[in-house]
Design a protein around this ligand. Structure first.
Ligand code: DHB
Ligand code: FE
Length: 266
């Protein structure tokens, strides 16, 4: 089936590809290297690894389209929580968890546990949003998400929560740590070529959905993390940088983060 918009998109892409090849005077050998990289990315990709997305991400394309999409969506209000890229490690079937449950199924020795809590509110009226779903996922201290790591139990470090009647949510998770994106494939080769490191600053991913509101896909970043200024996939935004504080009187967590999420009405 043809969609007028996709026809427009592909026509424009073709035009720019031609302009690019003409401008840089691309040779057959160089183009062949590009084709090999595309094929390699395809061969590497499966349920656990989305190499095509990684390649786009290291050249900043996902962040750019995220910005364009957010700008389009935020014409009504700029008070909503800012978005950030989805990244390649979101799983659609997160385990549903109760308020204040922990996503940590296996605690690494070198990890710190944090209690993350707050309210989901209407960005314009600041009224609580009940029954909003919050998907969260994060990597372990070895830099791997559950689906990348045979040693992690199923559903480790991810889950889906719902806000209560006051719009409140709470959960225990690992305080995130920086880590390299997978760099043994084409994305890594590109980074090497450009003399860049593969690290991402410490972050937690969120998707927040509620009836009557625009969906939010975002990430929060630990203020004390390395690589905030040179994220390998360019996803950091100032408004998404948060501070984990010491937590007293809770044997389950030494750190805490109060984080409210502001949703734009549809
Ligand atoms: C990318 C994003 C992530 O959140 C991550 O953990 C690894 C890689 C990416 O955009 O490629
Ligand atoms: Fe990530």
């Amino acid at each position: 089936k043809t969609s007028p918009r996709m026809r427009e998109v592909m026509t424009s892409l073709t035009k720019h590809l031609h302009d690019f090849a003409r401008e840089i005077e691309l040779t057959v050998d160089e183009w062949t290297e590009g084709v090999a990289l595309l094929n390699w990315a395809g061969q590497m990709s499966d349920d656990r690894r989305n190499e095509g997305q990684l390649v786009c991400d290291v050249v900043g394309l996902e962040t750019l389209v995220d910005e364009i999409t957010y700008k389009k969506a935020s014409e009504a209000t700029d008070l909503a929580t800012q978005s950030a890229i989805l990244g390649p490690f979101f799983q659609t079937d997160h385990k549903i968890r109760k308020k204040d449950e922990s996503v940590v199924e296996k605690l690494p020795d070198d990890a710190e546990v944090a209690y993350v809590y707050g309210q989901v509110v209407d960005a314009t009226t600041k009224k609580p949003v009940a029954n909003a779903s919050i998907d969260i996922w994060e990597a372990s201290t070895n830099g791997l998400y559950e689906q990348q790591d045979e040693e992690q139990p199923k559903s480790n470090l991810c889950g889906k929560f719902y806000t209560d009647e006051n719009g409140e949510y709470g959960l225990y998770c690992l305080r995130p740590t920086p880590y390299p994106i997978p760099y043994d494939g084409p994305a890594g080769k590109l980074l090497q070529l450009l003399d860049r490191h593969p690290y991402r600053p410490a972050h937690i991913h969120f998707i927040v959905l509620a009836e009557g509101y625009k969906p939010i896909t975002t990430q929060i970043f630990d203020k004390t993390s390395k690589y905030l200024d040179d994220d390998s996939v360019f996803a950091v935004k100032d408004s998404l940088v948060v501070e984990f504080l010491p937590r007293d009187g809770d044997e389950k967590a030494k750190k805490q983060l109060n984080y409210n999420i502001h949703m734009a009405p549809l």
